[in-house]
Design a protein around this ligand. Structure first.
Ligand SMILES: Nc1nc2c(ncn2[C@@H]2O[C@H](COP(=O)(O)OP(=O)(O)OP(=O)(O)O)[C@@H](O)[C@H]2O)c(=O)[nH]1
Ligand SMILES: [Mg+2]
Length: 237
């Protein structure tokens, strides 16, 4: 008869956070991760910060709080995630920005849904329960255009194509064709998960106002995202 060790059925979880100069927020983000609850729920958690060569104290703060920091000098939000996915030890990956907008306290509940409903990929919808000031009118319009374009071009029912909080099983990554190194990576990972007919769900979350400097160039990034969707659709056909 084998000896049953405590936590022998644990799951490895990697929380990946891309950062550039997020020193005002990153400490709060990491401290908000409910490590004790996750441990109680049998998750062994690794926190990976993929830093795009910050010139402030982002890396030092993250390291002090127990995160593993990887410097990825190549530019881009998508590039950072690709590097993070390669380094992640977890069977399950959770993503979030390093700007305190996403609710890290929601992670245990989202993981429970992934497990209970045997899902492959969860993306989140920021628009149902958001702080009033968290998204400017310009970004609301931009988001609406991009989400509608995603719905029409790729026949998805997504309500928020730009959310940066996803919870998924790492094994699905080899089924996804992820080409973008930039901001369009966010819509691409969702389109790929839905198009590859994985078990996907979109779940509302609370969304807060950003701490720290805005990195996004609203018009430039919005147009880049739209162009990306059209090019991807043409390639798809
Ligand atoms: N490593 C890395 N991180 C990046 C890069 N660009 C953005 N980030 C980080 O990726 C996350 C998402 O970027 P944000 O600037 O928050 O983009 P956003 O959420 O669309 O815009 P906001 O509404 O201003 O929050 C943040 O934590 C950034 O610090 C990059 O080129 N490399
Ligand atoms: Mg953000």
């Amino acid at each position: 008869m084998g000896i049953k060790t405590k936590n022998s059925d644990h799951m490895n979880l990697t929380i990946i956070i891309p950062t550039i100069n997020e020193e005002k927020a990153i400490g709060k983000v990491i401290k908000e991760i409910p490590l004790k609850i996750l441990e109680k729920n049998n998750y062994k958690t690794e926190i990976l910060i993929i830093d795009g060569a910050s010139t402030d104290n982002t890396k030092q703060i993250a390291e002090q709080l127990g995160a593993t920091v990887i410097t990825e000098k190549r530019k881009g939000y998508g590039r950072a995630y690709k590097t993070g996915f390669k380094q992640a030890k977890g069977d399950i990956i959770v993503t979030a920005d390093g700007d305190h907008t996403y609710p890290m306290t929601a992670i245990p509940k989202l993981l429970e849904t992934l497990k209970k409903e045997n899902l492959d990929f969860i993306t989140t919808n920021r628009f149902k329960h958001r702080d009033k000031k968290s998204v400017s009118t310009l970004h609301l319009i931009g988001n609406h255009i991009l989400t509608t374009a995603t719905q029409l071009l790729f026949n998805t029912k997504l309500k928020d194509s730009q959310s940066g909080m996803w919870i998924f099983r790492k094994k699905i990554l080899n089924k996804l064709t992820l080409t973008s190194d930039g901001m369009p990576f966010s819509e691409e990972i969702k389109i790929e998960a839905y198009k590859k007919r994985l078990k996907c769900k979109e779940i509302p979350i609370n969304y807060r106002t950003r701490i720290g400097e805005v990195k996004l160039n609203s018009y430039k990034d919005g147009i880049k995202n739209l162009k990306f969707l059209i090019t991807k659709k043409l390639r798809h056909n």
